[in-house]
Design a protein around this ligand. Structure first.
Ligand code: ATP
Ligand code: MG
Ligand code: MG
Length: 349
């Protein structure tokens, strides 16, 4: 297809649209909020909510293939679109990752290790789950969480009430705290023909539940990184996936534990814009349009740093530093808001 429809118009949609433009393709954004970051660089933007059947159908007819950068598009909206145009990655990938409990069951079915966990749908079940899982643990809402939102850490079972309040009594999952030595992620891709390609795993550092930096090379044993790539291939194949995926992993003495996956381009893959001939955004566009996947081999060592909230005040100094700067065109630098990122080459690969 030559027009890509993107559900969600945040920075991920913006960078997808920029990559698509380089390939001579155009993008049409759909976002409930007016003037989202992606609209500045896309050919068209529909501002309408997810319940607007007419707008959804007109959007679908105006494009050739539909993808998403926002994972919480309501099912009914997806049904309307899918009746008209293909959605890639497919609905199963989206539905699986939307619910942490479904996601963990799927990963276990793939033979992969996940954190010890128990479903919690009431205050009583939280008590039972705490007995089973113990502390420290993390209570996470099953749906809608991102950047560490909708989570409460529990170090003392006596503080269970506060945690239950923190998730507003929403259906949740209690996860045992994984004592990890490092967090890594794999950005993988699968084409329409089933071809799989993964970028070099990066090591991630989070602050306050938000990704702060991603570094490649990860500086971990090759065998472990190979495991990470292989398990990503397993997930891609099991979902009959088309597009780019981000798989987040904990490195533990017992091996890799899968935290979660995102059925889209991923913040921890932004380094590929500077470290590879073909970045995750182009790779996603290639995959969903049925093109052959590109060469994602890493040619440079890179540190990606997110610019969050008031970090944008450092832009003049960063601009002078010679590093590759990416700004998302967001007017207001609220605390915790991702405003841009910077990719620094630290050497040849
Ligand atoms: P994202 O923005 O990546 O979607 P999220 O809100 O879905 O974030 P998680 O990825 O589940 O949140 O958790 C955020 C971070 O909290 C993780 O990257 C990790 O550092 C820490 N964390 C989450 N779950 C656990 C766990 N079971 N054990 C130890 N640390 C954890
Ligand atoms: Mg998440
Ligand atoms: Mg995460």
């Amino acid at each position: 297809g030559s027009v890509i429809g993107i559900l969600g118009g945040g920075q991920l949609g913006r960078m997808l649209a920029l990559a698509a433009a380089r390939l001579g393709l155009s993008c049409h954004i759909y976002d409930p909020a007016p003037a989202p970051p992606a609209a500045q660089v896309a050919a068209a933007c529909t501002t309408a909510d997810w319940e607007d059947a007419e707008a959804l159908e007109a959007f679908a007819r105006a494009v050739d293939v539909v993808t998403y950068e926002f994972e919480n598009v309501p099912t009914a909206a997806l049904d309307r679109i899918e009746a008209i145009r293909p959605i890639r990655p497919n609905r199963r990938a989206l539905a699986t990752s939307q619910d942490r409990l479904t996601e963990k069951a799927f990963l276990e079915d793939c033979g992969l290790a996940v954190a010890p966990h128990a479903a919690v749908s009431s205050r009583d079940e939280l008590g039972a789950a705490l007995e089973e899982i113990g502390t420290p643990s993390i209570l996470k809402t099953r749906r809608l969480g991102y950047d560490g939102k909708g989570q409460a850490r529990i170090t003392d079972p006596a503080r269970a009430d506060a945690a239950w309040e923190a998730v507003s009594g929403a259906p949740s999952v209690l996860e045992g705290f994984v004592e990890f030595g490092a967090e890594v992620s794999v950005i993988g891709a699968r084409g329409v023909d089933g071809q799989v390609a993964c970028f070099d795993p990066g090591v991630n550092r989070h602050e306050d539940g938000i990704l702060r930096t991603t570094t490649v090379p990860a500086g971990l044993p090759v065998a472990l990184l190979t495991d990470a790539v292989l398990l990503t291939g397993k997930v891609l194949n099991a979902l009959d996936y088309v597009g780019v995926i981000g798989v987040e992993l904990f490195v533990t003495p017992g091996g890799l534990v899968v935290n979660e996956f995102a059925p889209r381009v991923h913040n921890s893959g932004h380094w590929t814009q500077t470290g590879c001939a073909i970045c995750q955004f182009e790779q996603h566009v290639r995959a969903i349009c049925g093109w052959p996947l590109g060469d994602g081999a890493r040619h440079s060592d890179v540190v990606m740093e997110n610019l969050i909230g008031a970090d944008v005040d450092r832009v003049p100094e960063l601009a002078a530093s010679g590093a590759a700067l990416h700004l998302y065109g967001k007017a207001e630098a609220r605390p915790g808001r991702k405003m841009g990122h910077v990719n620094r080459i630290t050497g040849p690969a």
